[in-house]
Design a protein around this ligand. Structure first.
Ligand code: GTP
Ligand code: MG
Length: 183
């Protein structure tokens, strides 16, 4: 069978986290290899797709970017349904964005489509903006983030820079593999 006739698997993943942590930038860097320093808040939610191959499987990763700003969040929740993996993003330089991770996780679990086994739903945590000020302005350590992940089951943690493209491909590959396992 050639590539064009082979069946593709659609994987829906969703990006959540406080406003300004870099969700849209992360997605843009991954899909378009572009970064803009200008901040334009996301309203509601939107998705992009990326085709990739994982082992012998052709998959289409459908990445949903949501609004971190509170006044737009009620719009976002409608899109949680049917996601196979949830990517939580925080900014390593902003303590509050780390402290709200729990709320994001719990809100997501409340809204999405697998209420039977919420503890087994796969999350991935990304600590973004590690490039900022050469790492001097960071307030959340890698150790703290890993601790957060370990105390909530098996959550993978990666540190990223959407600006420099650091670990961005790796992060989404991890997301895709996790989503595929949950498909
Ligand atoms: P909402 O849409 O409001 O939820 O925000 P968001 O999480 O989508 O944040 P966005 O991607 O719009 O980024 C916010 C600001 O941070 C922008 O000015 C980006 O240029 C900047 N930014 C994003 N990622 C990085 C990064 O890795 N490093 C640096 N230095 N800046 C970044
Ligand atoms: Mg955004």
């Amino acid at each position: 069978m050639d590539g064009s006739t082979r069946k593709r698997t659609l994987l829906k993943v969703i990006l959540l986290g406080d406003s300004g942590v870099g969700k849209t930038s992360m997605m843009n860097q991954y899909v378009n290899k572009k970064f803009s320093p200008h901040y334009k808040s996301t309203i509601g939610a939107d998705f992009v797709t990326k085709e990739l191959q994982i082992d012998d499987k052709q998959v289409t990763l459908q990445i949903w970017d949501t609004a971190g700003q509170e006044r737009f969040q009620s719009l976002g929740a409608a899109f949680y349904r049917g996601a196979e993996c949830c990517v939580l993003v925080y900014d390593v330089n902003v303590l509050r964005s780390f402290e709200t991770l729990n709320t994001w996780r719990e809100e997501f679990l409340k809204q999405q489509a697998h209420p039977a086994e919420p503890d087994n739903f796969p999350f991935i945590l990304l600590g973004n903006k590690i490039d900022l000020d050469g790492g001097n302005s960071r307030v959340v350590s890698e150790w703290q983030a890993k601790e957060w992940c370990d105390s909530r089951g098996n959550i993978a943690y990666l540190e990223t820079s959407a600006k420099e493209g650091y670990n961005v491909d790796e992060a989404f590959l991890c997301v895709a593999r996790t989503a595929l396992a949950n498909e």
